[in-house]
Design a protein around this ligand. Structure first.
Ligand code: IVH
Length: 765
């Protein structure tokens, strides 16, 4: 398309963000660094993640708020994917403002209903070769009078996702809907638009004036695993399987959340159309590919039961290497004319059938239920099974997800989807869903031992004994499905992870003290909490010994692998590790960290780097943060104590309350502050400042900072901030919308300045 025409397209299709790509405009996304993710160093990755967060936020704003994006969907997706890939490689560097953090956004309450112009049907099922032969035989009998007729079939994988119907008018994607009950679905157009496999405008030519393309939205295993990892790193929600996750991703209110999930789409059928795409099923689907859709590469045409079943087995063999879930093979009559003649039974076409794979299942018993404690304190129940082979893989453990799942109902007594009442001693049926993640599909109640009792989910952490609680989301009043250990820094399971976080780059950034050394020193009992890192030097001999033993162990393993033996084995204690002095020096050099880093390093839930910086800015010193934190924790209503800070909401305030309200954190924090002295955020000599000793009133809207921020800053400079204007007022800082206070100030002859003049006066302009 010539340049001017592309720019012109902007004005023709204003809501079609994908088309709106004007090469004249500045395109921040296109100048993306080309260095492969795997080749980036940690500090490069950090810088890159920052850039991506800013850039993606800017594109989101242009797309959602201004309806005027400057990059194509594909370019946007490339940015988002790069961000995800970087985060997968450097989970410790995931930013507070990362685009992927929006994964936790709540699903939409309600979408507009859409009545399908042609209902979305389901498929009859075949489980055996005989069922398939019967299907073909039914067809032959139906067309009996037409003796020369040769019925052809297509065979293709049955994707285990969610079906969607995409309406194109004049080649333009205008509406997308879920299947719903088959007759009425939900309008999820905005979310479907974020899927790269769904063309926003059909390519090629010859498409009908109106056509509803149907197919399956699904999530790959790789994407599912990446999402789980990101979520775990952030203490976010948990995900059961790719299909449910894809479903949840499609029902998001915020389309950028859907976009971050990288869903996929295969086109395999159509609904209403003003013209058949072609004369056969096979050719129609090939046309879809010409129009820009992805179609299954495993679709073939076949004529006999033998050929169909042979293809079924071929697909079955490839099942585990496809990278996404399929649960069978769909056979469809190829000739559209014959499809029409054979017609429909209730809710199903007679001319198609789904040949299901036998589920890979096996029976075993639950020997015990263990609770594992994760980084953010989540108590994760795991069933230990009598080992059993499922589809060629020995399964010994299976996740039980959470407390409600094990009970089979939630805290309101409502049965939950996917929930199951599992007890120790139960005989269970195990299935490897999607060939990878084993799960319990059912309990064989007949075999339940008479003395089996419902599993009592612990209310204390099995590692540290602290209470384990379930949080209530204040907005939805819903209890979190997970129980969490409240022990924080005193919980050993969380402690190692917290220590790793404490020394990490964005936090205290202690060189030479990576995860490996943290594990080593923790397991050797040399460090328990962060304070111990700073006294390590005093245990030099023990540190040397631990390092030496690890070297010995590694050397032994190397030898065992190579089959050689060493001649001289030196004593382990007498080695001097160069590097050790360097490590101690690195630790010492971080005794006066920046306050924001220190706050971030504490690993308080929901407090990432950005929030830590806001807190540092607001409170200036660690003592002040602790004072306000404790008062907030003790107050009935935290808002009477905690200042309102733009960017800090109830989630963070609650996290601070939990942290500072937990006495056990006191000792840990006190010990740490004996070793470490965070620098005050802004060092100013208040007596020297131009506003020291003055009484100031802020009124109207401030545009460069929030009121609490302005207040905190003025106070740091030695000023007093008052809420109302009086004869004692020295200065009024008035923003737009200032009313009575401004009037009174001029009546009293008090100096009034605007925000810019204020910033200039305090040297911040
Ligand atoms: S054809 C009229 N083809 O299976 C035929 N369906 O049980 C309509 N599905 O709701 C469906 N892969 O979600 C068809 N290759 C495929 C499929 C497929 C998955 C799903 C689809 C449908 C369900 C029917």
């Amino acid at each position: 398309m010539p340049l001017f025409a592309r720019c012109f397209a902007r004005f023709w299709f204003p809501p079609l963000q994908f088309l709106i790509y004007c090469p004249h405009q500045q395109q921040p996304g296109v100048h993306m660094s080309e260095k492969p993710v795997d080749a980036l160093t940690q500090s490069e990755a950090e810088a890159e993640l920052k850039r991506l967060a800013e850039e993606i936020a800017e594109h989101d704003r242009r797309y959602h708020t201004e309806d005027a994006p400057v990059i194509t969907d594909a370019e946007y997706d490339a940015l988002a994917r790069r961000n995800l890939a970087l985060e997968a490689r450097f989970p410790a560097l995931i930013r507070e403002d990362s685009p992927s953090r929006r994964v936790g956004a709540a699903p939409a309450e309600g979408f507009t209903k859409v009545r399908h112009a042609v209902p979305m049907l389901s498929l009859a099922k075949a489980y055996t070769d005989q069922d398939v032969a019967d299907f073909i035989e039914r067809g032959r009998r139906f067309f009996d009078r037409d003796k020369d007729l040769e019925i052809a079939f297509t065979a293709e994988p049955k994707i285990d996702g969610l079906s969607a119907s995409l309406r194109y008018e004049g080649g333009v994607f205008v509406q997308g809907a879920t299947r719903g009950d088959g007759a009425v679905g939900e309008d999820i157009t905005a979310n479907l638009r974020t899927i790269a496999d769904i063309p926003k405008k059909l390519e090629g030519s010859g498409w009908p004036e109106i056509i509803e393309i149907r197919g399956e939205v699904y999530m790959t295993y790789a994407e599912f695993e990446a999402l789980k990892q990101r979520s775990a790193a952030l203490g976010g929600q948990e995900y059961v399987n790719p299909r449910n996750t894809a479903a949840g991703s499609l029902r998001q209110k915020d389309a950028s959340v859907t976009a971050s999930r990288n869903l996929k789409f295969f086109a395999y059928a159509w609904g209403y159309t003003t013209q058949d795409p072609a004369a056969t099923q096979y050719e129609s689907v090939q046309k879809f590919a010409d129009w820009g859709f992805r179609i299954s590469p495993l679709m073939v045409r076949a004529k006999s039961v033998e050929d169909l079943v042979a293809h079924y087995h071929l697909i079955e063999e490839q099942r585990s290497s496809l990278g996404y879930d399929i649960d069978g093979v769909v056979y469809k009559v190829d000739q559209l004319e014959l499809q029409r003649r054979w017609g429909f039974a209730t809710g199903e076409p007679r001319w198609a059938i789904a040949h299901k794979f036998p589920a890979e299942q096996a029976m075993t018993t639950v020997q015990k239920i263990d609770i594992q404690v994760g980084r953010t304190g989540t108590l994760a129940p795991v069933a230990r099974l009598a080992p059993v082979s499922v589809g060629g893989v020995v399964v010994e453990n299976v996740t039980l997800h959470n407390e409600d799942y094990i009970k089979g109902f939630d805290s309101n007594g409502q049965p939950i989807r996917d929930g199951i009442d599992v007890r120790i001693g139960d005989t269970v049926v195990i299935q490897r869903a999607g060939d990878v993640i084993p799960q319990i599909v059912s309990v064989v109640i007949d075999k339940r031992p008479a003395d089996a009792v419902p599993y009592e989910f612990p209310h204390v952490c099995p590692v540290c004994g602290s209470p384990a609680t379930r949080e209530v989301n204040e907005k939805t009043s819903k209890e979190d499905s997970r129980r969490r250990c409240t022990g924080e820094l005193i919980c050993a399971a969380q402690a190692v992870e917290q220590l790793r976080h404490f020394v990490s780059r964005g936090a205290m950034d202690i060189e030479g003290l990576g995860s490996e050394n943290i594990d080593l020193f923790f397991n050797a009992g040399l460090i328990k909490t962060a304070a111990d890192i700073f006294t390590l030097k005093q245990r030099r001999t023990a540190v040397t010994k631990a390092l030496a033993e690890r070297r010995e162990e590694q050397a032994r393993l190397r030898e065992a692998a190579s089959g050689k033996t060493r001649k001289n084995v030196r004593g382990v204690e007498d080695r001097n590790y160069e590097g050790l002095d360097k490590l101690f020096a690195a630790i010492d050099s971080r005794r006066e960290p920046e306050l924001d880093r220190f706050i971030f390093a504490l690993g308080i839930r929901h407090i990432g780097e950005t929030t830590a910086a806001l807190l540092a800015k607001t409170f200036s010193t660690v003592e002040e943060l602790i004072r306000v934190g404790k008062e907030t924790a003790a107050a009935d209503d935290p808002h009477t104590v905690f200042p309102s800070i733009n960017g800090i909401g109830d989630t963070v305030i609650d996290a601070l309350r939990d942290f500072f309200g937990n006495e056990r954190n006191d000792a840990v924090l006190d010990a740490l502050l004996e070793q470490v002295h965070p620098k005050p955020y802004i060092v100013t000599l208040s007596a020297d400042s131009a506003v020291a000793g003055k009484t100031i009133v802020f009124t109207g809207t401030l545009e460069k900072m929030t009121r609490p921020e302005a207040k905190a800053m003025a106070e740091r400079l030695g000023a007093k901030v008052a809420g109302s204007v009086s004869a004692k007022t020295d200065l009024v800082v008035a923003g737009p919308g200032a009313g009575s206070k401004l009037k009174l100030a001029s009546e009293l002859g008090i100096e009034v300045i605007d925000e810019d003049a204020w910033l200039a006066r305090i040297g911040k302009a």
